[in-house]
Design a protein around this ligand. Structure first.
Ligand SMILES: Nc1nc2c(c(=O)[nH]1)N[C@H]1C(S)=C(S)[C@@H](COP(=O)(O)OP(=O)(O)OC[C@H]3O[C@@H](n4cnc5c(=O)[nH]c(N)nc54)[C@H](O)[C@@H]3O)O[C@H]1N2
Ligand SMILES: Nc1nc2c(c(=O)[nH]1)N[C@H]1C(S)=C(S)[C@@H](COP(=O)(O)OP(=O)(O)OC[C@H]3O[C@@H](n4cnc5c(=O)[nH]c(N)nc54)[C@H](O)[C@@H]3O)O[C@H]1N2
Ligand code: SF4
Ligand SMILES: [Mo]
Length: 691
């Protein structure tokens, strides 16, 4: 064992666009410090508060350190310790018995608790493919935006984040980077010092919006109308880049026709903002160079989220902003990574190659688990294996999710670091390693680097990496394919097409040694077109959408739940509730780290004075938030941070750590977005009353 302190190169595993390069200091086998890599161009030696305390999470006294088997009723959290052999033998036997009858009755449930490929969908995906399980549609975060991007640019691709430093106008749209992407915020602040104007477009005066030069507080779910209104002005006043449009876009005449109906006065009414603001925004966007948009996922958690993303994504092509490295748009960069998904997941292992597997949408898991089976749904779900996710806290319409996981005839296995709300419903809880204890490889969605994560310390207690747990289960299933013996190193190496030009001849060995590599890409990726679409152009008009039965042009799709689109519902529930992340939580991760939970305080609800007064709500009162789906309590903060008609409850609390045992997902719905089958967390009408 090494006694001298040494530094291990690692990567932050969390679902955050910044994917920081880490230096982990290890002494006597103990990780004593986690710091940002000072040389990594976007991390710059800085970490957010949460991950700067990563050792507190790793060595948390409540870490799960050995397998557990349920003894009490489902959801009660009563377990006894069992050996790995006992747990794995019984899980393999149960899954084997179900698979012999109906493999699609088995469902994996996972998301981005870690974004690493090795501990994510590699050995696990092979396991579920070989069994012939149902496929999980992993939609819970970004698939509406991803679909909008794919139809418009061909993939989740955009600006290099570093170049925002030279932008002179930055629209921070549906994005709260002080919370969700601090490294982008550092760049935006440097741009501000160099003279850039920052404009936040957000219904809420978030920590970020209050630090921008201008804040446009539109109603939730109206972003597509704003973008189309901007286009109306750009086209009417001939502020567009005709040369860029002619050479690098498709469908300008049709788009021009479409935007005619989005006059500034109509858009002002839809968005609940003034006409002047829309006209001034369009003129400024067309005249200041370089102009950049930091688009983020907050604006696509509504019914029209896919089309809204598409509408906004058309803007930079209309004004030719892409000509400059500091102009354009960034929502995601993940499409730049040359990932080898087939090598990772091995769909060739599926027992039935004659038809695609049954697909279950993770965003409607409540309904899926409560479904009796039959009809177009297919077989009833009999077993769920959860890893890298906490659905009982994070999935919409929580009462249904808890009811589903509470089914006595459902066999549930949860791989976790902690006894989460979901783990309470498990038949078996298996202790998983954290990022400091296992190996991985990471792409990012907010920058253009690939990163390695070397293990820094030995697994705590009896914890094992997800990959190892599925490897051991595969052995017990008796499967002989060599791919079930691949090591974590093999899985990491297989994850990337290293011969792709973007990898510039590098290798997994080199990445492990150096910690990170920048993709070889042009600085202004779409200055000369070369979009990832079939036409190679920015597709204002999408032939593919038409073929797939969608509107081929961007449009505003009204929310499911708003005063304008559903007045009857709005009469009963007049307030639009959004529940974006709290700064010191990461989704539901870190809620159980005492120092971070203390910094967030307790569940709160921001409400405008003119909505609070008629309800008799004073600042600091405990209020009840409710609709037909459920009820939760929070402490009211009467503030004009929330615009009139909108209430804001920062999230995502562990239900069992909230005073009333509930969180915002009691009231959210399982309705899906227009594109991408994503959830509509921010498309939710409620009313609020003093408790
Ligand atoms: N500290 C911290 N960081 C995180 C996370 C976390 O939980 N905590 N979560 C991570 C994950 S998984 C993700 S996906 C990202 C999420 O981070 P972002 O992509 O930034 O998205 P949100 O935080 O959901 O929402 C951003 C802003 O959009 C606003 N918003 C809500 N509805 C609308 C709308 O209809 N239109 C517009 N224009 N704005 C709207 C919200 O008020 C919020 O201020 O952050 C990641 N980073
Ligand atoms: N109301 C409301 N709900 C939301 C959102 C919102 O804004 N409002 N945001 C949505 C979004 S954007 C997202 S992305 C989802 C996020 O939902 P999830 O992906 O479920 O994210 P987390 O809540 O962070 O839960 C991840 C879990 O994975 C575990 N984990 C981490 N690493 C490992 C590992 O290596 N192995 C194993 N076995 N487990 C690991 C962590 O301990 C944690 O409990 O929530 C969604 N839900
Ligand atoms: S959560 Fe985001 S900002 Fe924090 S360390 Fe990880 S990647 Fe960096
Ligand atoms: Mo997310």
């Amino acid at each position: 064992m090494t006694t001298e302190a040494h530094v291990v190169r690692a990567a932050c595993p969390h679902d955050c666009p910044d994917t920081c390069a880490l230096h982990v200091t290890v002494e006597n086998g103990v990780a004593i410090k986690v710091q940002g890599d000072p040389d990594h161009p976007t991390t710059k030696g800085v970490l957010c508060t949460k991950v700067a305390r990563y050792t507190e999470r790793t060595y948390h006294p409540e870490r799960l350190l050995h397998p557990l088997k349920r003894v009490g009723p489902k959801g009660s959290g009563q377990f006894v310790r069992v050996s790995w052999d006992e747990a794995l033998d019984e899980i393999a036997a149960r899954l084997g018995a179900i698979a012999a009858r109906e493999p699609e009755a088995i469902l994996p449930y996972s998301y981005a608790g870690t974004m690493g490929f090795v501990q994510g969908e590699s050995m696990a995906a092979r396991f579920f493919n070989k069994i012939g399980a149902s496929e999980l549609d992993r939609t819970i975060c970004a698939s509406a935006g991803a679909a909008g991007m794919r139809y418009t640019y061909g993939a989740g691709v955009g600006m290099h984040v570093e170049h925002f430093v030279d932008s002179k106008l930055i629209l921070i749209w549906g994005s709260n980077p002080i919370t969700s992407s601090v490294h982008f915020w550092a760049i935006a602040q440097e741009a501000k010092r160099r003279g850039a104007k920052l404009i936040a477009i957000d219904p809420y005066r978030s920590l970020t919006a209050e630090k921008c030069h201008q804040h446009i507080a539109l109603l939730p779910g109206t972003d597509a109308a704003l973008a189309l209104g901007m286009m109306h002005v750009l086209i009417n006043e001939d502020l567009v880049d005709h040369e860029y449009i002619a050479r690098h876009t498709v469908g300008y005449p049709q788009l021009k026709e479409r935007v005619r109906r989005y006059t500034p006065s109509r858009v002002a009414e839809i968005c609940g903002i003034s006409e002047d603001v829309i006209i001034a925004l369009a003129r400024e966007y067309a005249s200041v160079r370089p102009a950049a948009i930091r688009l983020n996922y907050g604006m696509q958690r509504v019914r029209g989220g896919g089309q809204a993303t598409r509408a906004i994504a058309c803007l930079p092509a209309l004004i030719g902003a892409w000509r400059d490295p500091a102009g354009g748009l960034l929502m995601s960069t993940s499409g730049f990574a040359p990932v080898d998904g087939v090598a990772q997941a091995r769909p060739d292992l599926r027992p039935r190659q004659d038809r695609p597997p049954r697909v279950v949408n993770m965003s409607a898991i409540g309904d899926a688990l409560c479904h009796p089976g039959g009809g177009t749904f297919g077989p009833k779900i009999e077993a769920v294996i959860v890893y890298n996710s906490n659905p009982v806290a994070v999935a919409p319409e929580s009462a249904k999710v808890a009811e589903g996981f509470g089914r006595d005839d459902l066999f549930t296995v949860v791989l976790e670091h902690f006894q989460t709300d979901t783990a309470d419903y498990a038949d078996f809880v298996l202790p998983a390693t954290t990022q400091l204890e296992h190996l991985d490889i990471h792409k990012a969605y907010g920058h253009t680097y690939l990163l390695a994560n070397n293990p820094a310390i030995a697994p705590l207690g009896e914890a094992k990496p997800n990959s190892e747990i599925f490897r051991l289960l595969a052995k017990r299933m008796g499967w002989q394919e060599p791919c079930f013996s691949d090591t974590d190193d093999d899985l990491a190496a297989q994850s990337i097409r290293w011969n792709d030009a973007r990898m510039a001849g590098s290798s997994w060995e080199q990445l492990k040694r150096d910690g990170w590599i920048r993709y070889d890409l042009p600085e202004a990726p779409f200055a000369n077109g070369q979009f990832y679409t079939p036409s190679g152009k920015c597709e204002f008009y999408s032939e593919r959408m038409l073929e797939e039965g969608f509107d081929p042009l961007p449009d505003w799709v009204p929310p499911y739940e708003s005063a304008a689109s559903n007045p009857a519902l709005a009469e009963r529930y007049p307030l639009a509730m959004i529940s974006p992340p709290a700064r010191n939580f990461l989704n539901s991760s870190f809620v159980n780290v005492d120092s971070l939970r203390a910094s967030v305080g307790e569940p709160t609800l921001d409400i405008h004075p003119s909505d609070a007064a008629p309800r008799g709500i004073a600042d600091g009162d405990i209020v009840k938030i409710f609709n037909d789906r459920g009820t939760l309590n929070a402490k009211a903060r009467v503030t004009d941070r929330a615009r009139e008609g909108v209430v804001v409850g920062l999230s995502i609390w562990w239900k069992k750590l909230a005073p009333d045992g509930k969180n915002a997902n009691e009231v959210t719905s399982q309705q899906l977005t227009d594109l991408g089958r994503a959830p509509t967390f921010y498309d939710c009408l409620v009313d609020v009353a003093p408790l």
